[in-house]
Design a protein around this ligand. Structure first.
Ligand code: KDO
Length: 336
């Protein structure tokens, strides 16, 4: 938890991103509203399952839900712009992707800030989020409906523990760690002590199997769902990011809905997020044994060393400079 420093101490300069959003009306059928959701996740990812099994039926009387898995509709990281331009209705978006447009969202993508799934929900529903949500709606045309739980991200390497034992960030020096391709993700990879390489999620299995990268970071359910355990040998339980995603919705489509339809969409998003969260938590708790059976070595490093090192990297960073006054303190308070 960021008890050790405040935003004021972290500020060194301010980088602001401007965005001129252009809106084009999406095609809405007379019968039902078309809701296409783009995600890099698979159909069996718990967030996808929750959207298909909980969200879709709850809006089925007026909406036709059409998910595009494995980045088949839009490449990872391009979905928000697609929504903004009126080319897509929904995505499962990360805070790191939001930070591409609004750097202050990096606070939700910073290592060791969120404590757990419950903390994420408290933060998302707190008034501290109002300004973030409003900016996303007004300047990007993206409405953040609900927060989804992805899980605790850990470092997952090809090397065996005998070849490389990782107890502190120093041990990751020179390790070519795949991280998703935005600045906030790359920064986190560096903050862990590794040499981060950007790579789309759909390329990671091949990247690991060919040795193009030494490792990747993701929560245990993702390691299992994407079968990364087939092409890696160890998981270091760094828990460096309690990772979240937002259910992102086109503001332009939202504004065309009736109040009743809007209420149904919101309720369906919240119910899907809650269902996915519970399933993901359950998986996280049970997967260590499965992964060990697959031959993975799993162990805890010196967590204080990782936490202190990661937090220290954000001090004076341009990310920290973009965090609004008081928000980090409020997040910390909500995590107590
Ligand atoms: C990933 O690319 O490692 C990541 O876990 C980042 C998340 O924000 C999310 O986009 C996720 O991939 C995809 O949904 C695939 O699980």
């Amino acid at each position: 938890m960021f008890n050790t420093f405040t935003r004021r101490a972290a500020v060194s300069g301010l980088v602001a991103a401007g965005l001129a959003a252009s809106f084009v009306a999406p095609a809405i059928s007379e019968e039902k509203i078309l809701l296409r959701l783009a995600t890099a996740g698979s159909a069996t990812d718990q967030r996808s399952v929750a959207m298909a099994e909980v969200f879709a039926p709850m809006v089925a009387d007026f909406a036709d839900y059409q998910p595009g898995y494995n980045a088949t509709l839009f490449a990872q990281g391009t979905e928000l712009e697609a929504i903004s331009r009126g080319n897509l209705e929904m995505s499962i978006a990360s805070a790191q992707e939001m930070a591409q447009f609004f750097p202050e969202f990096s606070i939700f993508a910073t290592g060791y800030v969120h404590q757990n799934a419950e903390h994420q929900v408290k933060v998302f529903n707190d008034p501290l989020m109002d300004a973030f949500k409003k900016k996303a709606e007004d300047e990007l045309g993206v409405k953040l409906l609900s927060v989804m739980y992805l899980g605790r991200r850990h470092v997952n390497l090809r090397q065996t523990k005998d070849e490389l034992t990782v107890m502190t960030p120093d041990d990751l020096a020179g390790v070519n760690l795949r991280m998703p391709g935005t600045d906030a993700w790359q920064f986190l990879g560096k903050a862990l002590g590794a040499s981060p390489t950007p790579m789309a999620f759909t390329e990671v299995y091949t990247g690991l199997s060919t040795g193009a990268v030494d490792g990747q970071d993701n929560p245990l359910p993702t390691v299992v769902d994407a079968k990364f355990y087939e092409v890696t040998n160890q998981i270091i339980l760094t828990s460096h990011l309690v990772d979240l995603n937002y259910i992102a919705f086109s503001k332009q489509v939202w504004d065309k809905l009736s109040a009743d339809q809007q209420a149904k969409i919101q309720a369906a998003a919240d119910a899907a997020a809650e269902s996915g969260r519970q399933k993901q938590l359950e998986k996280e708790a049970n997967l260590v044994a499965f992964l060990q059976e697959q031959g993975m070595e799993i162990y805890e490093p010196d967590l204080d060393a990782f936490r202190n090192h990661v937090q220290a990297q954000y001090v004076g960073s341009e990310f920290a400079a973009s965090w609004p006054e008081g928000v980090l303190d409020r997040i910390n308070e909500l995590g107590k």
